[in-house]
Design a protein around this ligand. Structure first.
Ligand SMILES: Cc1cc2nc3c(=O)[nH]c(=O)nc-3n(C[C@H](O)[C@H](O)[C@H](O)COP(=O)(O)OP(=O)(O)OC[C@H]3O[C@@H](n4cnc5c(N)ncnc54)[C@H](O)[C@@H]3O)c2cc1C
Length: 465
C-alpha cells in the first residue's frame, strides 16, 4: 500500500558494500521509543546498535520540540502505573531544568532530553550512528540478515540477529511488504515552534479569558483569515527555565500523508509559513507592549499518524476504555482517546465516561460515552488501560518488531496510544523481546508474552507482571 508507481525506472549497478557494524540487536530510529528499546536490550546483555537520521535522539520530543510527557499515574492518582525508563529519565532530568506540572505531566527542556538520551545510550555501550539513514534491507527467507544505511562515509551494511523498526512510519515494514493500512482520518502533522510573547497579561486582556487558557487559537479564529490562517485548535505549553516563551502547536497541516517524500516536503513548507503568519497576526492584534518573535522552529515537522502495520492483535478503543487486562501486558496508560479531526476539532474520550469535542470556534460539546452505551456511569471504573504483547507481533518475519506510532490500532485507540509515555513502554517491550529472541534462539512469533511482561517488570516497569 505504501509503494508508489513512477513513470520510469533505472537499475542500480551491483556494488560492494562494507559491513560497518555487527550486533545482536539493531534499532532503526532514535526517538525515546527507539532509545528505550536499545537500552532495555543492552541492559539484559545484548550487543546493540542504534541508527538515527537526525543529529540527535528523541524524535518528536526533541527535534519536533514537543516537550511534554503525560502522567505516569492512574486516574485519581492512586498508584503509579508507568515506571521503567520513562520514570528513570524523568528522575534524571528533574535534577536539571525540568519539572512536573499539574496532573503530574512532565514538562522538560528538549535540549536537556537530547543530552540525557546520548548519556544513557553511552552508559549501556550502545553503538551509536547519528546522521545515518536507513535505506533498505536484505533477507534470507523470512529473516532479515542486514540493513543498508547511508551517512557521511557513504553506503554501508549493518548485520544483526534482530531488528527493531522505530522509524515512526515503519520503513523496514514497508520494505518487507508487511500488510499496512491508513486510518480513515489521518491525524494531521504540526510544525511546532517556540514563540516569544503570549505573556499571561495577554490572556487577561484578550476576552478576559482565564489564566490557563491559550489565547492564540481564539485570535486565529477572529483574525486568522486576514493572514491566510484557517481556524486551528492548537495549543501551547511552557518550557521549564525559559521566561515568556512557549512552544506552540497551532500549525496543523491537513490532508497530507507525511510517509511520502513529496507530501512531507509540502507539509514542512506549509508548517513554517503558518508559524510566520501567527507571529504577524500577534504583532498586529496582540498586546502592543509585547515583543512577539519566532525563536526556533522544529528541525522537522511533528508527524502524528501515517501507516499502520498488521500484527496478531489490533488495539481496539473499547478494550482500552473498558480497562481490559492481559497476562502478557506490556503497557499501562491513562492518556485519553484523543482524535484530531481534519477541519472539525479534537475529540476526547476518557475512561470515566466523559466525552468532549472541542471545535475550532472555541465551542465544546460534552457527553458521556458510557451512558450512550447503556453502561453504569457510577461505581467502580477502570483507572488505566493495558495492551498485550501480541500487538507487536506480525505473522511472517521472524526477527523484527515495529515499535512506535505505526502500531496496529483503530483510529480511536491510536488517539490514546500514540503519546510518548505509551510508546516509550512499547519501545521497552520491543527491546526486551528482541533480547529474549536472540538469547533463546526463537522467532518473535515463538516468544512467551508472559515472560516478556515479567522481564519488563523485573527491569523496573511498574505493575506489568
Ligand atoms: C505536534 C505534536 C504534538 C504532540 N503532543 C504530544 C504530547 O504533548 N505528549 C505526547 O506524549 N505525545 C505527543 N504527541 C505524539 C507523539 O509525539 C508521537 O506520537 C511520538 O513521538 C511518536 O513516536 P515514534 O517513536 O513512533 O516516532 P518519532 O518520534 O517520529 O520517531 C521516529 C524516529 O525515527 C527516525 N527515523 C525515521 N526514519 C528513519 C530512517 N529511515 N533512518 C533513520 N532514522 C529514521 C526519526 O528521525 C525519529 O527520530 C504529539 C505529536 C505531535 C506531532
Amino acid at each position: 500500500m505504501r509503494e508508489r508507481n513512477y513513470s520510469s525506472y533505472v537499475t542500480e549497478p551491483e556494488k560492494r558494500i562494507p559491513v560497518i557494524h555487527e550486533a545482536d540487536v539493531c534499532v532503526v530510529g532514535g526517538s525515546a521509543t527507539g532509545v528505550f528499546a536499545a537500552v532495555r536490550a543492552a541492559r539484559l546483555g545484548a550487543k546493540v546498535v542504534i541508527v538515527e537520521e537526525q543529529n540527535s535522539f528523541g524524535g518528536v520530543a526533541t527535534n519536533g520540540l514537543v516537550s511534554l510527557w503525560h502522567s505516569t499515574w492512574d486516574i485519581g492518582m492512586h498508584k503509579q502505573i508507568i515506571a521503567g525508563l520513562t520514570d528513570e529519565v524523568m528522575g534524571r532530568l528533574s535534577e536539571i531544568d525540568c519539572r512536573k506540572g499539574p496532573g503530574q505531566s512532565f514538562f522538560f527542556n528538549p535540549v536537556e532530553l537530547k543530552i540525557e538520551l546520548d548519556a544513557i545510550l553511552k552508559e549501556e555501550n550502545v553503538k551509536i550512528y547519528l546522521h545515518t539513514m536507513y535505506t533498505g534491507l536484505a533477507c534470507d527467507g523470512d529473516r532479515i540478515t542486514h540493513i543498508y544505511v547511508e551517512n557521511k562515509d557513504g553506503r554501508g551494511a549493518i548485520k544483526a540477529k534482530f531488528f527493531i523498526d522505530a522509524t515512526g512510519d515503519g520503513d523496514l515494514c514497508r520494505d518487507l511488504g508487511v500488510e499496512s493500512y491508513l486510518n480513515d482520518n489521518i491525524q494531521p502533522p504540526s510544525a511546532v515552534y517556540l514563540m516569544q510573547g503570549t505573556h499571561d497579561d495577554d490572556k487577561k486582556r484578550y476576552y478576559n479569558i482565564p489564566f490557563n487558557e491559550d489565547i492564540v487559537p481564539r485570535m486565529i479564529y477572529d483574525y486568522g483569515e486576514e493572514f491566510g490562517l484557517e481556524p486551528d485548535w492548537g495549543w501551547d505549553t511552557f518550557i521549564p527555565g525559559l521566561q515568556n516563551m512557549h512552544f506552540r502547536a497551532d500549525t496543523h497541516v491537513f490532508n497530507l500523508n507525511c510517509a511520502h517524500a513529496d507530501e512531507l516536503t509540502e507539509a514542512e513548507i506549509i508548517g513554517r509559513e503558518k508559524m510566520r503568519k501567527v507571529i504577524r497576526m500577534m504583532r498586529k492584534y496582540g498586546n502592543p507592549d509585547e515583543t512577539y518573535a519566532l525563536i526556533a522552529a522544529c528541525s522537522y515537522i511533528g508527524i502524528r499518524d501515517t501507516y499502520h502495520y498488521k500484527t496478531k492483535y489490533r488495539a481496539e478503543h473499547m478494550d482500552l476504555l473498558l480497562g481490559k487486562r492481559y497476562e502478557d501486558n506490556i503497557l499501562n496508560g491513562t492518556y485519553d482517546v484523543d482524535v484530531h479531526q481534519a477541519g472539525s476539532g479534537i475529540k476526547f474520550m476518557r475512561l470515566n465516561g466523559e466525552c468532549a469535542t472541542e471545535y475550532t470556534d472555541g465551542t465544546r460539546v460534552v457527553s458521556n460515552w458510557r451512558e450512550e452505551m447503556g453502561l453504569p456511569t457510577d461505581g467502580p471504573m477502570p483507572t488505566y488501560y493495558s495492551l498485550p504483547f501480541r500487538v507487536l507481533v506480525q505473522e511472517k518475519f521472524e526477527n523484527i518488531i515495529a515499535a512506535g506510532r505505526m502500531i496496529n490500532a483503530d483510529i480511536e485507540s491510536f488517539g490514546a496510544l500514540r503519546v510518548m509515555v505509551n510508546l516509550n513502554q512499547i519501545g521497552e517491550a520491543a527491546g526486551v523481546a528482541a533480547y529474549l529472541a536472540v538469547n533463546e534462539g526463537k522467532k518473535v512469533q515463538e516468544l512467551d508474552g508472559v515472560k516478556v511482561a515479567q522481564t519488563l517488570a523485573r527491569g523496573g516497569s511498574a505493575n506489568l507482571a
